[in-house]
Design a protein around this ligand. Structure first.
Ligand SMILES: [Zn+2]
Length: 337
């Protein structure tokens, strides 16, 4: 057993530490499995489209992909989803876990009710007075994710600063406010099922360290000089990006997407992922085909191959969008002259 990452003193004896607060992400992930398949893919999302491990799927048209989300999830896909609950074992100690819990409970008690369960239609922002509680909670997500998720790399100096903040050895309000932090609230209106339409995952896009956190989007920067606009499926707007990037603020500004804008943003997101994935399949297949046949594949063959990935029952003993199934299908369609 190693040493706890936070205190760096005690043994890391704690199992099942959620590095994204369970009470926030649970409504997005845990339900009857109807949405679990997509979440399962999300867990292994690679933002490098050249990676075969990117588990998002696609078809010749993005609409077709969107439709496959409606397919019944298979047992193993649900299991896969349940097995990756954004938690880790033996990274932190029990005492430090208590520190996490305290920060989380305060936010859930004092701040969350100002956001969840409300209808913000027509209201583009909310200002929160308790910037300390708000920041500490979101910076906790950033810190733990940076420690626990290899796909989420942030500057070492920032990790150390966050560590001291969370540990409470250097957490005066000015220190907290010196970290550029942009929070969007995706107003989720309706039954609990509505939350399953949100997403959980991480990415680093240019200088923007991004956490998709169910009905929250967290964007953090290691330096205000690096806090520049990136397009996020309509979540960010060039015109107000600076305004909503909190830095040495008096009160904390949260950008709000209302329910309709939220659904539009996720739709944009899925379509972008879909396009990238189709292009990835297409390119990978073409390269292998040319290697074998010394000429490019017929366009119809490429379409058939991609359609097989998305819609066919072939090799369905493997999860649909797994690398293993992709390779088997490719092997088969490479034989077509
Ligand atoms: Zn510890």
């Amino acid at each position: 057993m190693g040493t706890c990452e936070l205190c760096r003193e005690r043994p890391a004896n704690k199992k099942n530490t959620h590095y994204l607060t369970d009470g926030i992400i649970r409504s997005c992930l845990n339900e009857d499995g109807s949405n679990a398949r997509e979440k399962a893919m999300m867990f292994n999302i690679s933002w490098n489209e050249d990676s075969i491990e990117a588990k998002f799927q696609r078809s010749t048209s993005t609409d077709a992909i969107a439709r496959t989300y409606g397919r019944e999830a298979k047992e193993e896909e649900i299991d896969e989803a349940k097995n990756v609950p954004f938690s880790v074992d033996y990274v932190f100690c029990s005492e430090c876990e208590d520190i996490f819990t305290e920060i989380e409970n305060k936010f859930i008690k004092d701040i969350l009710p100002q956001l969840r369960g409300k209808d913000f239609t027509g209201r583009p922002e909310i200002t929160l007075d308790d910037t300390f509680t708000v920041r500490k909670f979101f910076l906790l997500q950033v810190y733990r994710t940076a420690i626990c998720d290899p796909d989420y790399q942030i500057d070492n100096a920032l990790v150390e600063k966050l560590r001291e903040i969370i540990l409470g050895i250097n957490n005066d309000i000015e220190t907290l406010k010196s970290i550029p932090l942009n929070i969007t609230y995706l107003n989720t209106v309706g039954a609990d099922y509505e939350y399953t339409k949100n997403t959980v995952g991480v990415a680093v896009i240019e200088n923007n360290k991004l956490i998709l956190f169910n009905d929250f989007v967290i964007q953090v920067f290691d330096d205000i000089k690096n806090a520049s606009f990136v397009d996020l499926w309509g979540i960010n707007d060039r015109r107000d990006f600076k305004y909503f990037t909190n830095y040495c603020e008096e009160r904390f500004r949260v950008k709000i997407l209302d329910n309709k804008q939220r659904l539009q943003a996720w739709d944009n997101y899925h379509k972008e992922r879909a396009n990238k994935q189709v292009n990835f399949y297409r390119r990978t297949f073409a390269v292998s085909y040319i290697k074998q046949h010394h000429r490019p594949p017929a366009p119809g063959l490429v379409r058939t191959f991609i359609d097989a990935i998305i819609n066919s029952d072939e090799f369905n003993n493997e999860p649909r969008y797994s690398t293993a199934r992709f390779k088997k299908l490719q092997e088969k369609y490479l034989q077509v002259k």
